[in-house]
Design a protein around this ligand. Structure first.
Ligand code: PMP
Ligand code: GLN
Length: 378
C-alpha cells in the first residue's frame, strides 16, 4: 500500500534506546528518568485498583483529576479553567498534541513550527492535510526570531506550535516572547498550541511562562502538559489539554475516537497525589541539581555547552571532538564509548546538522558519573 508518511521511519528515541540496550551502553538518549516515581503514588494506584476502579473513565477524564488540574492551574498561572468545559485528560501529551492538531487543521492549512522541534508535530499536521511551515530558532541560544515567524504567517496560517521549556535545546521563553506571539496573532483566527510538558523544569531562578497567563493567548490556545514528566512516570502516558470551551469541544471529538479515555486508576491516583504541592514545587531544584552535577562532571571534556535553562536535557556541541555528522557520531559514541545520545539533526525537517547531541540528565547520580567518565575521555 502507498504510505501516508513515506519519509517517516522508526523514531530516533526508539532507535537509540534499542541500540543502547543491545550494546549495553549508558542510555542518555530517550528522555525518561532511570529512578522510580514516588512510592506513595504507586500505593495510590494500588489502592484505587483494589477498590475496583478498573473500568472506563469518563472520556474527558475523571472529575477529581480535572478539578485538581483546574485548581493547580489557578495557583500557578492565575487562571482557573472550567474543569467541565476546558480541561481534558489525555493519554500522554502525545495524544493531546495529536488531538489538538487534527481537531483544527484542514487540508491546505499551514501550521508554523519552530525548529528544532519535537518529532510528533509535523506528522500530525501532515496527516490532517496541513502543511508545516518551518521557522528555525536562532543560534546560538535557540531563541525565537519573531520577525522571522511574522514573515511566514499568512491568511493560510491555522496554528502556531510553541514549546517551552524546549525539547531538545533547553531554551525557555520569556514573557516578552509570549507578548510577541500575542501581538502577532492579534486580530487573526490563529490557534496557538503550547507544549508545556516541561513546565516544572526551569532553572537558575527563571520562571516558566504559560500561554495561560496572557488573556490574549489563553483565548486562542491549547495548553498541553504531561504527568509523565512531572511525576517521573513517562510510562503511564497521562497528560492533559486546557483550552477554551469551543476548542476543547473539538479536541474531545478527536480524543473520543483516538483513545476514548485514559487509564482510570492512574487518573485517580494522580488526582489525590497532586493535592500535595511539595513534589512539583521542588522539581526545579531537583533537576537543577542534576543539571549542575552533570555539567560539572562534563567540564573537563572537550564538549562545548551552555548549561540548559529548562527540561531534563543538556545540549553539547562536539565539533572539537569530531567532524562526523551527528547521527554517525551518536551511533559511534554508543558503540565505542558506551553512551547513547540523541543527534539533534533529527529535530529538523531537512536534518540540518549543527554538531549537537542531546543528553538526558534525568538519571541517578551514579549513572551521570559513569556516563561522564566515558565522555571526558573523548
Ligand atoms: N512534547 C514534548 C516536547 C516532549 O518532550 C514529550 C515527551 N517526549 C511529549 C510532548 C510527549 O509527552 P507524553 O510522554 O506525555 O506523551
Ligand atoms: N519525549 C521523549 C524525548 O524527547 C521521548 C518520547 C518518545 O520516545 N516518544 O526523548
Amino acid at each position: 500500500p502507498s504510505s501516508k508518511l513515506p519519509d517517516i521511519g522508526t523514531s530516533i528515541f526508539t532507535t537509540m534506546s534499542a541500540l543502547a540496550n543491545e550494546l549495553q551502553a549508558i542510555n542518555l538518549s530517550q528522555g525518561f528518568p532511570d529512578f522510580n516515581c514516588p512510592e506513595p503514588l504507586i500505593q495510590l494506584v494500588n489502592k484505587y485498583m483494589l477498590a475496583g476502579h478498573n473500568q472506563y473513565a469518563p472520556t474527558a477524564g475523571v472529575p477529581q483529576l480535572r478539578d485538581k488540574i483546574s485548581i493547580k492551574t489557578e495557583k500557578i498561572y492565575g487562571y482557573r479553567p472550567d474543569p467541565n468545559t476546558e480541561v481534558t485528560v489525555t493519554t500522554g501529551a502525545t495524544e493531546a498534541l495529536f488531538a489538538a492538531v487534527t481537531a483544527i487543521v484542514k487540508p491546505g492549512d499551514e501550521v508554523v513550527v519552530l525548529e528544532p522541534c519535537y518529532d510528533s508535530y509535523a506528522p500530525a499536521i501532515r496527516l490532517s492535510g496541513g502543511v508545516p511551515i518551518y521557522v528555525p530558532l536562532a543560534l546560538p541560544d535557540f531563541h525565537v526570531d519573531w520577525d522571522a515567524v511574522r514573515r511566514r504567517v499568512s491568511s493560510r496560517t491555522k496554528a502556531i506550535i510553541i514549546n517551552t521549556p524546549h525539547n531538545p535545546t533547553g531554551a525557555v521563553m520569556t514573557m516578552q516572547d509570549l507578548e510577541a506571539l500575542a501581538s502577532l496573532t492579534d486580530g487573526t483566527d490563529i490557534v496557538v498550541i503550547s507544549d508545556e510538558v516541561y513546565e516544572h523544569m526551569v532553572f537558575d531562578g527563571k520562571k516558566h511562562v504559560s500561554a495561560l497567563q496572557l488573556h490574549a493567548l489563553r483565548e486562542r490556545s491549547f495548553v498541553i502538559s504531561s504527568f509523565g514528566k512531572t511525576y517521573h512516570t513517562t510510562g503511564w502516558k497521562l497528560g492533559y489539554a486546557i483550552a477554551p470551551a469551543a476548542l476543547t469541544n473539538e479536541l474531545r471529538k478527536m480524543h473520543q475516537f483516538l483513545t476514548f479515555c485514559s487509564v482510570t486508576p492512574l487518573q485517580l491516583a494522580v488526582a489525590e497525589f497532586m493535592e500535595e504541592e511539595h513534589h512539583y514545587r521542588t522539581l526545579p531544584d531537583f533537576y537543577q541539581q542534576k543539571r549542575d552535577y552533570f555539567c560539572q562532571l562534563l567540564q573537563p571534556s572537550r564538549f562545548e555547552f551552555t548549561p540548559s535553562s529548562g527540561t531534563y536535557f543538556q545540549l553539547v556541541k562536539y565539533e572539537a571532538i569530531s567532524q562526523e555528522n551527528d547521527v554517525e557520531f551518536a551511533k559511534r559514541l554508543t558503540a565505542e564509548i558506551g553512551v547513547a545520545a540523541i543527534p539533534v539533526s533529527v529535530f529538523y525537517h531537512d536534518k540540518a546538522d549543527n554538531k549537537y547531541l542531546r543528553l538526558c540528565f534525568a538519571k541517578s547520580n551514579n549513572t551521570l558519573e559513569a556516563a561522564a567518565k566515558r565522555l571526558v575521555k573523548l
